[in-house]
Design a binder for this molecule. Structure first.
Ligand code: FAD
Ligand code: NAD
Length: 478
């Protein structure tokens, strides 16, 4: 079609899958003029996930943390193509990505093939359910904007249904039982936000729910937030206790039905006790699992044999067993936790790598031209001059190739735990320090605000915070 410009045949085609932390961080720093860059993702925006738990209760409106990818790509030096589609299969041998338009509106062209020279896989991960029966059918997850919206709607639906005329006391209790499974940072942050919503707004506007509204956090391990230091785990558990959020540790969920969960609790004597916990809202936050497209790619590459949790990569983030596929973020296994911090540093590293690769290739092309020129030089002066240029270029080439392997620099871990308190394990020069409380909460807010990508989104987040503080959260059910 006339309005779709063809790729420049003199440039390599770099295909980037995903518009999350890893891919966007790569695109941010990439010199796009060096490649035909094609971005493929079913989500035409970047999502600032650290503030997603705040969207479940309306502390922040979801659009405030969404950055349209089109806005972002428009500012790049050379044009970048974006296709709103899912990569359904990667053929590593043929160097082709198969893509499908999975959106509501589809037209004649809804699936096609994209050939690549270089491929970056940054598709993130799915929600882990461990095959536990009923989880997919009955739980809400907390990964995408749609999940946060569904939770927000469901909280209000439970409250309104609980106050319906002649509701039985057991049903009222069940409907107002808010169960969160998974005591990692996602589960803890959500439980904290939900209790804030209840304490600051819900019980004021719907006083009838006051005695029965209950948040329960269920965790299989002996404590929540395993990646934080011991003192912060204790601080979080104490804060939850004060806030009347019930923590059920050593409790492994085994089955989910539409009205209750069945869990196995290990009592202090080591005996396993089966129990049933009724719920109105169930939020499932038990971490990450592989996306099918990643699993399929791994199955094509014998060198990925032992890897179970994601694409095994080398220290340059090259997918083991391939030459021209890189992986970033939650879909890659590089011995770091699956966090935004890791994904964004990996993305920035790949941008440097591709920028240097382009420079190296440019120098190599020039060197080829110069050696031909030198061979056909007519005079000694001409030959000497070309030789000097060749030597200079060779020096530059050596410098350019010296990009060291990826090294992750851990800045620390931060989590909001509700009631205007946060916990932080900060890496400071060569030491660490742990802190929790209201000052840490202010630090948490300013740190994340400074990381929000655009000035527009920063402003929207600030306005949302002020709005919530001044008028409370909106309790209408959309
Ligand atoms: P993602 O950011 O998930 O992006 C994946 C992208 O791939 C998306 O654009 C998706 O649409 C796209 N995609 C999916 N399937 C396909 C496909 N088949 N083809 C093409 N594209 C595809 N980390 C922190 O460090 N600090 C925090 O405070 C923090 N808070 C969090 C809060 C929540 C609620 C959650 C869920 C996570 C949080 N994380 C945090 C973790 C962090 O969000 C992830 O580690 C990070 O998003 C990983 O980046 P990524 O680029 O690998 O994947
Ligand atoms: P997670 O993997 O950190 O924690 C999941 C928890 O669920 C684990 O503690 C596990 O023991 C528990 N669990 C698993 N199966 C269970 C079962 N059947 N019953 C009861 N408990 C069960 O998952 P997450 O919290 O979703 O976080 C995912 C990643 O995103 C992590 O790397 C995390 O660090 C990152 N993240 C970071 C932040 C932050 O820094 N503030 C916030 C959210 C997520």
């Amino acid at each position: 079609p006339a309005d779709q410009e063809e790729p420049d045949p003199s440039k390599k085609t770099l295909v980037v899958l995903g518009t999350g932390w890893g891919s966007v961080s790569l695109l941010k720093k990439l010199d796009t003029e060096n490649y035909n860059v094609i971005v493929i993702s079913p989500r035409n925006y970047f999502l600032f996930t650290p503030l997603l738990p705040s969207c479940t209760t309306g502390t922040i409106e979801h659009r405030s943390i969404m950055e349209p990818i089109r806005n972002f790509l428009r500012h790049k030096k050379a044009s970048v193509k974006y296709y709103e589609a899912e990569a359904s299969k990667i053929d590593a041998d043929k160097r082709i990505v198969y893509i499908k338009d999975e959106s509501e509106i589809k037209a004649d062209s809804k699936s096609t093939e994209i050939p690549y020279d270089y491929l970056v896989v940054g598709v993130g991960a799915e929600n882990a359910t461990f095959g536990i029966p009923g989880v997919r059918e009955h739980s809400c997850f907390l990964k995408e904007v749609g999940d946060a919206q569904a939770i927000r709607k469901r909280i209000m639906d439970c409250c309104e249904t609980a106050t319906f005329k002649d509701q039985s006391p057991d049903e009222v209790k069940r409907l107002l039982s808010m169960v969160v499974v998974g005591g990692g940072p996602t589960g803890v942050e959500f439980a904290g936000e939900l209790q804030d919503f209840f304490r600051n707004d819900l019980r004021k506007w719907i006083p009838e729910i006051s005695t029965n509204f209950k948040v329960t956090l269920v965790e299989a391990l002996p404590n929540v937030l395993p990646m934080f230091s011991k003192q912060l785990i204790e601080y979080t558990e104490k804060t939850f206790d004060e806030e009347a959020i019930s923590i059920r540790t050593k409790t492994m969920v085994k089955e989910v039905t539409d009205k209750y969960i069945k869990a196995e609790y290990t009592d202090p004597t080591g005996k396993k006790v089966l129990e049933t916990i009724p719920y109105g809202l169930l939020v499932w936050a038990t971490g990450n699992a592989l996306r099918p497209v990643v699993r399929d790619l791994m199955s094509q590459i014998p060198a990925q044999g032992d890897s179970r949790r994601g694409l095994a990569v080398n220290e340059y983030l090259v997918v083991n067993g391939t030459e021209n596929i890189w992986a970033v973020g939650d879909c890659a296994i590089a011995n770091y936790a699956p966090t935004a911090q890791v994904a964004s540093q990996e993305g920035a590293f790949l941008a440097r790598l591709f920028n240097q690769l382009a420079r190296t290739e440019e120098i190599e092309d020039q060197l080829k031209t110069l050696s031909v020129a030198q061979a056909s030089a007519k005079t000694k002066e001409e030959r000497d001059e070309t030789l000097t240029t060749i030597k200079d270029l060779q020096k530059r080439a050596r410098r350019t190739r010296q990009l060291g392997p990826f090294e992750y620099s851990h800045q620390g871990s931060l989590a909001y735990i509700g009631s205007e308190r946060a916990v932080a394990d900060i890496s400071w020069f060569s030491g660490n320090f742990a802190t929790g409380g209201t000052m840490t909460y202010l630090f948490w807010r300013s740190a994340y605000l400074s990381m929000v990508f655009s000035a527009r989104n920063k402003m929207l987040v600030i306005v949302d915070w002020i709005k919530t503080k001044t008028f409370g959260r909106d309790v209408s059910r959309e």
